[in-house]
Ligand binder design. Structure first.
Ligand code: C5P
Length: 406
């Protein structure tokens, strides 16, 4: 059998089934996944078994169904052969509003929701519910939260619903679910075996026990790069300044730091074992010379205050000096004047392979946005301007550029 007829060959897929009428389509989905070459196990809620039997799912999947958290006769209920480690991907079809609400809020009160909370690999959710539920603010909030967590949604379609009405809320057809899964899971592993260092986010430079100097960076660009590279097979060391962002992929090792000096230590100690480093962090150039371990008090009502600052180490320049043959170094630049010229100078001075110039002039680009517009300049002198796109799409362009480097 070739890759075309069995595009999921070698993949282990968990089909999660929750209690909606569309559960009657779950056995068909299992069959299609098996036909596509996957090994399949089902995990179901108690309510799902009102619509589809365990025997049907076991027959089509050729595996025991996981339905009880405390079933001592099921091998996947024991710690040592845990289903979360077994599966390469999980598809929840149908996903009711109830299970989506539990997932979005970290509730784990049965076998399937417990598995979902611990699962760290690609997760596909196929919602099915009536239109009012789909349009409710609570459902939308929960679905948005899961999307932000990196869950893939195979959206419902419009048509006749079980409640007798017509509208959005029908589960996507099993053929379409499989097609989307194949598209996502067939990502080329072109970074397999490579270790990549990424810095991301702002740094906080402590003034005293309650205050700091920081900046508006959110870390979104660096986190998008970490996910992109990890999905393409890289082992990622993500050195992150203070941010509320979360990481999804198990190949990402996250090292949380606060200050530029901490980021410097974390990055310089890891760089020698990496094939590439991409420094997206907005590192503070200065830190207070003295950091008080108590809250600094006002002296009197009129006096100002002078804060003496000293320079932080330049992490990128340090890695540029450390760089060995076979290592690749990528920096970011945010310029207000003579953008291209300054970025080019930085590229040479810091011994980079290429530099990513952030645009400050375009709406939707830069700090906090989910989109970015960049120009990539390499040491061979090629200048590649990009269009405004999602930070994840920019991350893909950067990853492609790394792979193409001589
Ligand atoms: O020189 P400039 O700060 O404009 O350079 C920006 C690039 O250098 C970014 O890639 C940033 O992550 C990196 N940088 C660093 N350490 C610093 C300052 C900037 O790694 N102290």
């Amino acid at each position: 059998m070739d890759e075309m007829s069995e595009p999921l060959r070698g993949k282990r897929i968990i089909v999660g089934v929750s209690g909606g009428i569309a559960a009657y389509k779950a056995p068909l989905l299992v069959r299609l996944l098996v036909k596509a070459g996957a090994e399949v196990t089902c995990a179901v809620t108690e309510h799902a078994l009102q619509f589809v039997t365990e025997l049907t799912l076991e027959t089509v999947s050729q595996h025991r169904v996981y339905s009880q958290l405390f079933d001592r006769s099921n091998p996947h209920s024991t710690e040592h052969i845990s289903l979360k480690d077994w599966g390469d991907a999980l598809v929840l079809a149908p996903a009711t509003a109830n299970i989506i609400g539990k997932m979005a809020n970290g509730i784990a009160d049965d076998a399937l929701s417990t598995l979902l909370l611990s699962f760290r690999k690609p997760l596909f959710v196929c919602p099915a519910m009536n239109t009012q539920m789909l349009e409710s603010p609570a459902y939308r909030r929960n679905a948005d939260r899961l999307r932000a967590d990196g869950v893939h949604f195979v959206d419902s379609t419009s048509g006749q619903l079980a409640c007798g009405t017509t509208g959005d809320g029908r589960m996507a057809e099993p053929e379409n679910i499989v097609a989307q899964m194949v598209k996502q899971l067939q990502v080329e592993q072109d970074f397999h075996g490579k270790k990549i260092l990424i810095t991301a986010g702002p740094t906080y430079e402590k003034i005293d026990s309650v205050r700091f100097i920081g900046n508006f960076s959110t870390g979104k660009m660096g986190f998008a790069l970490a996910e992109e590279l990890a999905e393409r097979g890289a082992q990622v060391h993500l050195v992150a300044g203070p941010t509320h962002l979360t990481t999804q992929h198990p190949n990402i090792e996250r090292i949380d730091v606060h200050s530029a000096c901490e980021m410097y230590d974390a990055a310089t100690s890891r760089f020698p074992s990496c094939q590439a480093a991409i420094l997206t962090a907005a590192v503070a150039d200065f830190r207070p010379e003295h950091q008080a371990d108590h809250k600094i008090k006002k002296q009197n009502d009129h006096d100002g205050m002078t804060l003496q600052l000293v320079q932080n180490p330049d992490i990128l320049a340090t890695l540029g000096a450390m760089k060995q043959a076979g290592q690749l170094l990528v920096g970011f630049a945010l310029e207000t004047d003579n953008e291209l010229e300054n970025a080019q100078k930085k590229l040479t001075k810091k011994n980079l392979d290429f530099i990513v110039l952030n645009s400050l002039h375009d709406a939707g680009a830069g700090f906090g946005y989910d989109t970015n517009k960049v120009t990539i300049i390499d040491r061979q002198g090629n200048v590649t301007p990009g269009t405004l796109k999602s930070k994840r799409a920019v991350a893909k362009d950067i990853a492609d550029k790394i792979i193409q480097q001589p």
